[in-house]
Design a binder for this molecule. Structure first.
Ligand code: HEM
Ligand SMILES: *[C@@H]1O[C@H](CO)[C@@H](O)[C@H](O)[C@H]1NC(C)=O
Ligand SMILES: *[C@@H]1O[C@H](CO)[C@@H](O)[C@H](O)[C@H]1NC(C)=O
Ligand SMILES: *[C@@H]1O[C@H](CO)[C@@H](O)[C@H](O)[C@H]1NC(C)=O
Ligand SMILES: *[C@@H]1O[C@H](CO)[C@@H](O)[C@H](O)[C@H]1NC(C)=O
Ligand SMILES: *[C@@H]1O[C@H](CO)[C@@H](O)[C@H](O)[C@H]1NC(C)=O
Ligand SMILES: *[C@@H]1O[C@H](CO)[C@@H](O)[C@H](O)[C@H]1NC(C)=O
Length: 347
């Protein structure tokens, strides 16, 4: 392709996947209705209160830093950024809450901090600030704690009346093919670059052993060819010995490993992720595949050598992620607590 054509296709939001089919990025999923400073008059301290609670909670438990980034992603990816992921299966819609879905469930972290922020905000400005916005503010605050520059979060989201766990089946899995991931991100308005950039957050946090490189059953099929050829065998052995022993495979559901065993701290933010996957050193097969697939490997190499560009693009991609299929104006409601819709909230 000559440069002008590439430019034109980029303008049209069309990227070519390795299968050669065109993937159209659905930009209409990304709303332009949110505003920076949305609560400036109605609840001027809202963002400050969230930041306070998040900073304090993170000192008690660093795990909320990766946890809240992933919560925001899983909320936005499934029916949009509407706080539907925060509705508790215990008190609401128990059989079919997103929170109860196996892709979420015991792997979610950070909900208590969000509820604490909501409670503090309700004391000052009852019924004004949505849980969906609190989650977006908190996600920014943990990204800053991890080490990125601060960014402004456009707000004005409203909270959903319901949650439907069946849509959580669409969440990305560690054994999905790169083509599949590109396609499902594009449906939500996120480009291949957004996908690669956001996955840089896998430089911190943890994973359950299920579906990792330690799990033989996740390393089968043509989709996994890229990961199988590149995976670093000694690294894989180390993970199997130290974190996910085969003898305990039936416990892989709740055994965890750091995503980056060599540096499990949040201080590893953005440091080694792209280098690591190029060397086949990742727990998640689809991450390794990004370094092999022709439609992603060049960008992976780029971000491995330019972390300042990665930081900048990460913030931009988080802002875009936060605009997917939101509720605004008279849609949805402002919940009193993030775990229950107001109609069943007896508190
Ligand atoms: C695109 C495909 C993606 C795949 C296949 C994927 C897969 C995974 C898996 C398997 C885990 C471990 C979860 C568990 O314990 O079961 C994980 C954790 C995590 N993911 Fe992703 N992910 C993807 C995209 C993203 C994106 C776009 C973000 C950020 C916006 C993200 C942020 C995180 C974070 C921060 C964690 C660590 C959570 C914690 O430590 O509590 N991931 N991911
Ligand atoms: C694009 O996104 C909008 C909003 O989510 C949705 O209504 C529409 O069906 C999507 N179009 C395609 C082609 O997926
Ligand atoms: C929260 O932590 C960040 C990063 O260390 C810092 O810049 C900010 O001032 C803190 N905010 C509050 C309200 O404590
Ligand atoms: C991914 O692994 C799950 C088992 O955890 C399996 O059911 C599914 O078929 C696998 N998907 C692919 C694309 O291999
Ligand atoms: C998993 O795969 C490795 C390498 O191919 C093999 O040595 C091991 O026996 C397998 N484990 C199980 C439980 O199938
Ligand atoms: C592992 O998960 C199962 C089912 O979710 C639970 O019953 C069990 O107590 C957990 N084990 C540990 C060690 O956390
Ligand atoms: C980093 O992680 C190691 C191993 O978990 C731990 O011993 C150490 O205290 C951590 N360092 C910081 C600065 O948190």
């Amino acid at each position: 392709m000559k440069p002008p054509l590439v430019f034109l296709l980029t303008l049209l939001g069309i990227v070519t996947s390795s299968l050669g089919e065109n993937v159209v990025v659905n930009t209409t999923s990304v709303s332009d209705k949110l505003q920076v400073g949305f609560y400036k008059l109605s609840c001027p301290n809202a963002e400050k209160i969230v930041e306070d609670v998040i900073n304090k909670s993170s000192k008690q438990n660093q795990g909320i830093i990766p946890g809240i980034i992933r919560l925001h992603f899983h909320d936005c990816y499934v029916t949009g950024c509407d706080a539907s992921i925060l509705l508790t299966p215990e008190r609401y819609n128990s059989l079919n809450a997103e929170m109860a879905h196996p892709a979420n469930s015991i792997s979610l972290r950070g909900m208590d901090a969000l509820e604490a922020a909501k409670a503090d905000i309700e004391k000052q400005c009852p019924g004004i600030v949505s849980c969906a916005d609190i989650l977006a503010f908190a996600a920014r605050d943990v990204v800053v704690l991890a080490g990125n520059p601060r960014y402004e979060v456009p707000a004005g989201r409203r909270d959903s009346f319901s949650t439907d766990g069946s849509f959580a089946n669409d969440l990305p899995k560690g054994n999905h093919s790169v083509d599949h991931l590109i396609k499902t991100f594009a449906e939500r308005g996120l480009t291949t670059e957004d996908l690669i950039v956001l996955e840089g957050s896998h430089s911190i946090g943890q994973t359950r052993c299920l579906n990792t490189i330690a799990d033989n059953s996740s390393m089968v099929g043509d989709e996994m060819l890229g990961a199988k050829t590149l995976v670093d065998r000694p690294f894989q052995q180390m993970v199997k010995q130290k974190f996910c022993p085969e003898s305990q495979e039936e416990l892989f559901w709740n055994m965890t490993s750091p995503l980056v065993p060599a540096n499990p701290n949040t201080s590893n933010w953005g440091i080694s992720y792209y280098d690591d996957i190029m060397k086949g050193k990742s727990l998640i097969p689809s991450d390794i595949a990004l370094a092999v697939d022709p439609s992603t490997k060049e960008l992976v190499a780029h971000f491995a050598s330019d972390s300042a560009d990665w930081q900048k693009k990460f913030n931009e991609a988080m802002i875009k992620l936060g605009k997917i299929n939101i509720l605004t104006d008279k849609q949805g409601e402002i919940r009193k607590t993030c775990r229950w819709v107001n109609a069943v909230n007896t508190a």
